[in-house]
Ligand binder design. Structure first.
Ligand code: GDG
Length: 763
């Protein structure tokens, strides 16, 4: 197995450095990401993993004076395998406190009313993301895998892709990805840039299926790019969106729970709490956590179920966070007032209903609280995952204890055996507390056993391994695409064959091949450049150029009026030889059109922005300009209707690029193309197309022919190019660089002209 280095990027490094009296203090971070990933990174020392080493890139938690930077850099490298990115407090203010915490954090957690949109914040967000990408670009080795974490760095994948086109890049979002209706509240330009930023990655991961679907939906609606089973095919790459519910280091919590330190702590807590039942609440101070709602529910419980008074105690641990922010200060005050009010209202000298602490706990006391508490109350209003819920279950070695879990936390998708509640409704939360307090131990164990099993199987090490191996497997799929990508060398070889051939058949699709798609098909007339390229090709007497299209003959005839090339219209119904009239390739019955038109028209009426195009022998419903989601569902419905309708008539339905077409049976680019190619028997044959209608011809081309697919997708073609510009460049290269020499020699009379050969064959 090839061993690679993993480069992790996150806003915060797994440690914080503080400068004090001319010295430095390093402390390890306790957040979910830092602890979770460190378990995975530790496992690298023993496990047989594709990752052999790692480097962590991020901000070290404080501003560092210039004189200290070199030392921080050195110690970060030696002690934490980290490379710090230093940011000034002004930068952090606009980037982190500004765009991250005043725009992205509230909006992605469904708090649009407190979301702000400031140009200066956005600019700084772009700037800091650039700093991260550039730093990584400097230190990246060709084999490194990059793993970018979280909402602070959503622009990094694309920025980094620019410097490192070949490195596997994965992105994981730790917070929810909101629904389209919420995401679209971000100003247009920013939201597009955020999505394209993420699409620079090979793999974009989310905690839940719902977040993944929300992302895919935003990509479709905002960037107009659809997906197949989470795979988004861009013109040059493939991006996969996938669900990876983050786990915890289960063994670490379970072992700690058995340790003497925790046992001691546990006894001390039990003694001091003086209550039959303990309910635990642990969160960072944040409005998303629903701390106030939780307090109100507890108040409601004590109010309505008097028998519980003096028997139960709520231990509420609130971990300081974003301390300088006014909103958080205000919330802290509100929480403390509410705690005071409830304690005053129900408490007595011998019983305090809520034990409140506003500071973080060291690890062992935290686990001791997990093991001592009969109920864990995890009721966020929104939470990407919530690891506390999983940690509680992991710490309960005797399998007792009841987890009350908000349905708004990602964790609820995995921990369905918990008592699941809606955190907005205090009656429901209070009811859940009562259920939990009364739940028989056997029932508690039954539920916890299932949950423990699940979180043990997909723990944080599996999660990280799964993610990294998926990044690599997306790269493998891409490689199969890239292996067909037309290289300079292949182009040279093709040009060489072109030059040596005495007759050449050049077959070209039009839309998506010679001209990019436009919202309205009539806007896709050939540019001067296209006409110039075709003219150049056509003037070489050895060349026989054919445009083979699904378009109407009038349109093609008008666009290429004076061009000495062959035109094939309506997928092969009509052929026009140079300087000749249009001829039908075979007699065709189109009597079905009258019956099918009303169906198409009905769908055009139902879907604003779509329209029907009637050709002589086919009918097309175009929906490129319509709502992308509505059109996908109506298109599926129309396909279904048409399949039934065409079962017994001489017509077939096909779904192309934002179109549905019904056309005569047996008329395809494959049948007409094959016939023309066989008849001409040219030494050099080239066909370029982009759509799946072109696959009909790719499939039947002789093995010596050159076939080129425009855009990345599975194809029968031998080669691929990324876009229309590459097609034009290739044709120009053939006709000017190589064919040019040839053409000069033909004109000078040294080689026989091809026109005569062709004409003879046609006769
Ligand atoms: C994001 C998402 C997602 C908490 N208090 C103490 C303490 N903690 C530890 C817990 C847990 C971690 O902090 C908190 O994890 P969360 O999952 O709740 O949230 P975050 O890491 O802040 O944020 C979240 C997560 O990323 C992972 O993807 O689940 O939804 O917002 O590990 O144990 N640890 C110690 N003392 C405390 O007082 N030692």
């Amino acid at each position: 197995m090839r061993k690679r280095r993993l480069v992790i990027l996150s806003n915060r490094l797994p440690f914080t450095v503080r400068e004090r009296a001319g010295d430095l203090r390093f402390t390890a971070s306790v957040g979910g990401l830092a602890t979770g990933l460190s378990a995975f990174l530790r496992s690298l020392e023993t496990a047989d993993s594709m990752v052999s080493d790692y480097l962590w890139v991020g901000w070290p938690g404080s501003t560092v004076s210039d004189g200290m930077k070199a030392r921080v850099r050195r110690e970060a490298a030696e002690r934490f395998k980290s490379s710090p990115i230093f940011l000034s407090s002004e930068e952090m203010d606009l980037f982190y406190h500004g765009f991250c915490n005043e725009t992205l954090w509230p909006l992605f957690h469904y708090f649009p009313s407190i979301t702000t949109y400031r140009e200066s914040h956005w600019k700084q967000y772009q700037e800091v993301n650039k700093v991260f990408a550039e730093r990584v670009a400097e230190i990246l080795k060709p084999d490194d895998i990059v793993w970018v974490h979280d909402y602070q760095l959503m622009l990094v994948p694309r920025l980094l892709r620019h410097y490192a086109p070949q490195n596997p890049i994965g992105f994981f979002l730790h917070i929810p990805f909101p629904s389209f209706e919420i995401f679209r509240l971000i100003p247009q330009e920013w939201r597009r840039e955020i999505l394209t930023g993420l699409m620079g990655a090979d793999l974009v991961g989310f905690h839940t299926y719902e977040y993944t679907q929300n992302f895919l939906r935003c990509v479709l609606r905002i960037l107009g790019t659809g997906h197949t089973m989470g795979s988004i095919i861009l013109h040059d790459r493939l991006v996969k969106a996938e669900t990876f519910p983050m786990g915890i280091d289960v063994a670490h919590f379970s072992e700690a729970a058995k340790s003497p330190e925790v046992q001691r702590e546990r006894e001390a807590i039990r003694k001091s709490l003086k209550a039959d039942k303990v309910i635990l609440s642990v969160d960072r101070l944040d409005y998303t956590k629903g701390i106030l709602n939780r307090l109100e529910a507890y108040e409601f419980l004590l109010e309505n179920f008097k028998e519980l008074r003096r028997k139960v105690v709520l231990v509420m641990i609130v971990v300081p966070s974003r301390v300088a922010v006014k909103q958080y200060e205000r919330m802290k005050k509100q929480i403390e007032e509410t705690v005071g009010r409830i304690n005053g209202k129900f408490g007595s000298v011998r019983w305090t209903p809520i034990i409140y602490q506003y500071k973080a706990l060291p690890f062992h006391p935290l686990v001791a609280f997990y093991t001592v508490s009969d109920v864990a109350l995890v009721t966020p209003l929104r939470d990407g995952m919530n690891l506390v819920a999983k940690e509680y279950i992991a710490s309960r070695n005797d399998e007792t204890g009841v987890l009350i879990l908000s349905e708004m936390a990602g964790a609820a998708k995995e921990l369905g055996e918990a008592v699941i509640i809606n955190p907005n409704y205090r009656e429901e939360v209070a009811g859940a507390m009562r259920t939990a307090l009364e739940m028989p131990p056997e029932e508690q164990k039954r539920r916890n056993r299932i949950m423990r099993d699940r979180i043990r199987r997909y723990d944080v090490v599996r999660w990280a391994q799964d993610f990294v191996s998926q990044v690599l497997s997306v790269r493998d799929v891409q490689k199969s695409f890239y292996s067909k990508l037309l290289t300079e060398q292949m182009k040279e070889e093709m040009a060489e064959r072109y030059r040596r051939s005495r007759s050449r058949g050049i077959y070209l699709d039009y839309d998506g091949t010679l001209s990019p798609f436009t919202l309205h098909p009539e806007d896709a007339a050939p540019s001067e450049n296209v006409l110039g390229v075709l003219k150049n090709l056509a003037k070489d007497p050895k060349n026989n150029v054919t445009i083979i299209s699904g378009r109407k003959r009038e349109v093609l005839g008008q666009w290429f009026r004076s061009m000495p090339i062959r035109l094939v219209a309506e997928h092969g119904v009509w052929v026009r030889e140079p300087q000749d009239d249009w001829k039908m390739t075979k007699p065709i019955n189109n009597s079905w059109k009258g019956a099918i038109m009303p169906i198409f028209e009905l769908y055009a009426d139902r879907l604003p922005g779509s329209f029907v195009e009637e050709k002589e022998f086919s009918v097309v419903w175009h929906y490129r300009a319509a709502d992308p989601e509505h059109s996908e569902s109506l298109a599926a419905e129309l396909m279904d209707t048409l399949m039934g309708f065409t079962a017994n008539i001489d017509a077939q339905v096909m779904r192309g690029n934002k179109i549905i077409e019904v056309r005569p049976l047996g008329i395809t680019k494959g049948t007409i193309g094959e016939e023309l190619i066989q008849r001409a028997n040219d030494e050099f044959v080239l066909f370029i197309g982009d759509d799946w209608t072109d696959e009909d011809l790719f499939k039947v081309l002789p093995s010596t022919a050159y076939s080129v697919k425009v855009g990345m997708a599975r194809t029968h073609a031998r080669y691929m190019v990324q876009g229309v510009q590459d097609v034009l460049a290739l044709l120009a290269f053939l006709s000017t660089e190589r064919g040019g020499k040839n053409a000069r020699r033909v004109r000078a009379g040294r080689l026989p002209g091809k026109g005569s050969v062709m004409r003879k064959k046609m006769e």
